[in-house]
Design a protein around this ligand. Structure first.
Ligand SMILES: C[S@@+](CC[C@H](N)C(=O)[O-])C[C@H]1O[C@@H](n2cnc3c(N)ncnc32)[C@H](O)[C@@H]1O
Length: 296
């Protein structure tokens, strides 16, 4: 499938739990900071019917392009990263009843080889969510020194140091690497022992993806802006897909809980709601975690 063809379906993760926790009501305003193909957004806007006070953000133009029908109904669509968008919306004095952040990559990003996120379907080493960005995975992987590669695979891929060193050496020996298939194969050859369900390159791909898209910095800096964007009584839901993201959200919510009378949010989820392991239609859901809070 090429990017120019109609994008494959993205099934919204934890949709029912999002609706139960956020309780969208008729006429409420909605901010979706990772609108993607609009799976959650269409459901929520279908309940609120408030298009003109709602905003959808995504840094992926292939995604925002599919939101034209909602834009025609008066929704503001922003093609930018959510940190830039949030800063702009705070500056504009905007406040919302509902905010959703559904982190990570969409199924079309993973499924279309040209996007360069997939190790099972070989494509160029790209991994940029936003095509306007200068640096792609190719430049990073081809030019990074050993220390940087080890750091990325260990910190962002959460591989043990010893494995990160082995994979970094394998990458350096195999350079220049042009495709995701070549990168996956270099890691597979360096991997020691058997593997079953999870390809040994999974976490290394995660590491480069996080680095290229500056993902953790985006989430970390966004957190304190969320209460500023919520109306009193407004709800925010955050879905994360790996422990590095979830840790940032959890820490921020814990700080809020511990801040006593100075806190701006009440946490609605003592423990995160976990993705459904039995969801065969949506394997992405397996690692999902949902946390939510309400503005005091
Ligand atoms: C899991 S998908 C969202 C799917 C959406 N909730 C739906 O149901 O269709 C994540 C989306 O977030 C976008 N994204 C990830 N990080 C972003 C960031 N920092 N700023 C803006 N968009 C981002 C990706 O491009 C992707 O389209």
């Amino acid at each position: 499938m090429s990017i120019k063809e109609h994008p494959p379906l993205h099934v919204p993760v934890l949709l029912q739990d999002v609706l139960t926790l956020l309780q969208p009501q008729s006429d409420e305003s909605y901010l979706d900071l990772t609108a993607g193909y609009g799976g959650h957004a269409r459901e929520i806007l279908g309940i609120t019917s408030n298009y003109t006070e709602s905003t959808l953000v995504d840094r992926d133009e292939y995604a925002t392009r599919t939101l034209g029908d909602l834009q025609d109904k008066g929704v503001q669509v922003m093609h930018t990263d959510f940190l830039t968008a949030a800063k702009q919306l705070v500056q504009d004095g905007k406040h919302y009843s509902l905010i959703l952040l559904d982190l990570g990559v969409s199924s079309p990003q993973l499924d279309i080889p040209e996007r360069g996120f997939s190790f099972t379907k070989s494509g160029p080493l790209d991994m940029r969510m936003d095509q306007r960005q200068a640096q792609s995975a190719h430049t990073l992987i081809d030019t990074a020194n050993r220390t940087t590669l080890i750091h990325l695979i260990h910190e962002y891929g959460e591989e043990p140091k010893r494995i990160a060193e082995r994979y970094a050496d394998a990458i350096i020996a195999a350079r220049p690497l042009e495709t995701t298939g070549e990168l996956a194969e270099a890691i597979r050859l360096a991997h020691v022992g058997k593997w079953q369900k999870t390809h040994p390159a999974t976490r290394t791909f995660q590491a480069f993806r996080i680095a290229i898209n500056d993902e953790l910095h985006q989430v970390r800096e966004l957190m304190p802006l969320l209460p500023k964007l919520l109306k009193k009584g407004g709800r925010v839901g955050i879905i994360s897909f790996h422990s590095l993201e979830d840790r940032i959200v959890k820490r921020y919510f814990t700080e809020q809980r511990d801040a006593g009378y100075e806190s701006e949010l009440d946490v609605l989820t003592k423990k995160p709601i976990a993705g459904h392991t039995h969801d065969v239609h949506n394997p992405r859901a397996r690692s999902a975690k949902l946390r939510a809070a309400v503005k005091k």
